[in-house]
Design a protein around this ligand. Structure first.
Ligand code: HEC
Length: 500
């Protein structure tokens, strides 16, 4: 979730109020539909008998390396070769584990209810960071980190499953820029941004997870071909989110199925850090679809979300500043199939509340849509209390039963990244959570960094290795020394070359 989201939602809703006062505006802007990508899977529903196999990471075919209490997981990774399986026994491991090799499997061994536990003690930034392909991370308890529980950069064919991830800072599970991945059977709680954040990825299944007491539950951002199914998403500020953040290297979110989830009571107070971005998700948001295309919402139980059950908004209207000429900001061809929705909107906040009052209604809707977008459909509008769905036609499909996975039938080739890509990915994956152009997030704006370190990337690297608290009105920056030297120099050079 990036800085603009709160402003966007705020601005959209404010605008909505204005629009209500002068209702004629409503139908005026005609916005073009984005062309439908040929790779959309659900278009094959009913047309294809094809069954899809689930491709997991390569099976382990090397040595088994055992790590016992008192030893270091990172040391085991250093000695491992591609294909090895690292088995970690119960104990407490306070470390940051960086995996930059392909086909490494990390497997916790749970004995009599004792789990191998990675404890960041509130001091260490990240538990697992991988850039290798074919990584498997399963059966770990990960607690008290400041940055991320599991973060991936550009690794394809990943499997992250059966972990508990509690209070690990900004993100819980955050694969970025990966293709073909599986995130299943994890439990995530107390994450200050998104518990599961699928960012700039393709072909990812998110299944059977429980996410609660987070700001955002499961977030599909600038990602394509994702299946979010059978998750229990409760007591977050916002439950399930599919959206586009402008300004990132991948410009689109499309072909996303949100199916068979429980989306319940997402009314948690918003505890995102001050000045951060998800600070603006309205409390009580069940599902949020922003600027994402071809999202199907099917057979979910969506109830007890105090603001609204499903919110569908564009971003071009509300956030001209955040607008990226290469990001199309309308949610097109959203498909709402049968869902069970009740008791949503019982305690609307702020602007939605104001809108509902203009409708002589104190209760928020099950489904709230505002802004541009074309081709969206709904199976049975009369089943729900809706607002802004006048243009929605009747859905042309009744279900998505033919889609059992969005993962690819066999592993995709390993991804390797150039120096420029490494700099870009590191910036968006690590720094952009706290630094952005033109705005103050947790850290100072990127142009300030450029001005201070102009022509001197080594100065940025030195600061990353050993940050000092220079500014009274900012917190301390966590050290970024876990990144390898190539990534540090690449991101420093990338920042200095950036144009606003
Ligand atoms: C968790 C938030 C966070 C993350 C992530 C983060 N920073 Fe920072 N950064 C800060 C804060 C806060 C400051 C201001 C600290 C101060 O002045 O006391 C800062 C300041 C800086 C400065 C200014 C130093 C100076 O000379 O004034 C540089 C350079 C910098 N960060 C680079 C980076 C890079 C590169 C990354 C990504 C690899 C990054 N930061 C990731 C929070 C963060």
């Amino acid at each position: 979730m990036k800085s603009t989201l709160s402003k966007i939602i705020g601005a959209i809703v404010l605008l909505a109020v204005g629009v209500f006062l002068g209702k004629s505006f409503f139908s005026s802007p005609k916005i073009d539909t984005v062309p439908m990508p040929s790779t959309i899977q659900y278009r094959n529903v009913g047309l294809s008998e094809e069954t899809t196999e689930v491709a997991q990471s390569n099976e382990f075919n090397g040595n088994i390396i055992e790590v016992k209490d008192g030893a270091s997981i990172q040391e085991a990774v250093k000695t491992a070769n591609p294909g090895d399986l690292i088995r970690v026994y119960p104990g407490t491991y306070s470390e940051n584990v960086y995996i930059d090799k392909d086909d490494i499997s990390l497997q916790g061994v749970v004995i009599n209810g004792e789990w191998p536990t990675l404890d960041g003690k509130g001091e260490i930034n990240d538990a697992f960071l991988y850039s290798g392909n074919g990584v498997l991370i399963e059966n770990f308890k990960i607690i008290n980190y400041k940055g991320n529980g599991v973060m991936g950069q550009a690794g394809n064919n990943f499997v992250i499953r059966n972990n508990w991830i509690i209070d690990t800072g900004v993100y819980g599970i955050f694969p970025q820029y990966g293709k073909n991945g599986l995130i299943e059977h994890n439990v995530l709680s107390k994450i200050a941004d998104a518990a599961i954040y699928v960012g700039m990825c393709d072909n990812v299944d998110v299944l059977h997870n429980e996410v609660f007491d987070n700001v955002a539950g499961i977030e599909i951002e600038n990602s394509r071909h994702c299946l979010v199914e059978n998750n229990y998403v409760h007591d977050n500020t916002g439950g399930l989110l599919a959206f586009v953040t402008p300004g990132l290297p991948i410009k689109t979110t499309f072909d996303v199925i949100l199916r068979n989830n429980f989306v319940i009571n997402n009314n948690h107070e918003n505890f995102a850090p001050k000045g951060s971005t998800v600070g603006g998700i309205p409390v009580g948001t069940g599902i949020l679809i922003m600027a994402a295309d071809d999202v199907i919402v099917e057979n979910n139980i969506i109830t007890g979300n105090d603001n609204s059950g499903i919110t569908i908004v564009d971003l071009a209207t509300g956030a001209p500043k955040a607008n990226d000429p290469n990001s199309e900001g309308n949610p097109d061809r959203v498909v709402i199939l049968d869902n069970i929705m009740f008791e949503n909107g019982n305690n609307t906040t702020g602007e939605l509340k104001a809108i509902m009052i203009t409708q002589m209604d104190t209760k928020g809707p099950d489904i709230f849509a505002f802004g541009g977008g074309t081709g969206s459909t709904i199976r049975d509008k009369n089943k729900y209390r809706t607002f802004g769905l006048d243009e929605y036609g009747i859905a042309q499909i009744t279900n998505t039963d033919d889609i059992s996975t969005m993962m690819t039938p066999s592993p995709v080739p390993a991804r390797s990244v150039s120096k420029e890509e490494l700099g870009e990915l590191t910036y968006y994956g690590v720094c952009a959570g706290c630094h952005a152009f033109g705005t103050r997030l947790i850290g100072p704006p990127t142009e300030i960094i450029q001005a201070i370190h102009n022509g001197n990337p080594q100065g940025i690297v030195d600061y990353m290795n050993n940050p000092k608290n220079l500014r009274e009105d900012y917190p301390e920056m966590p050290p970024q020394n876990y990144l390898d030297d190539a990534a540090k120099m690449a991101v420093a050079e990338y920042i200095l070359a950036m144009k606003p």
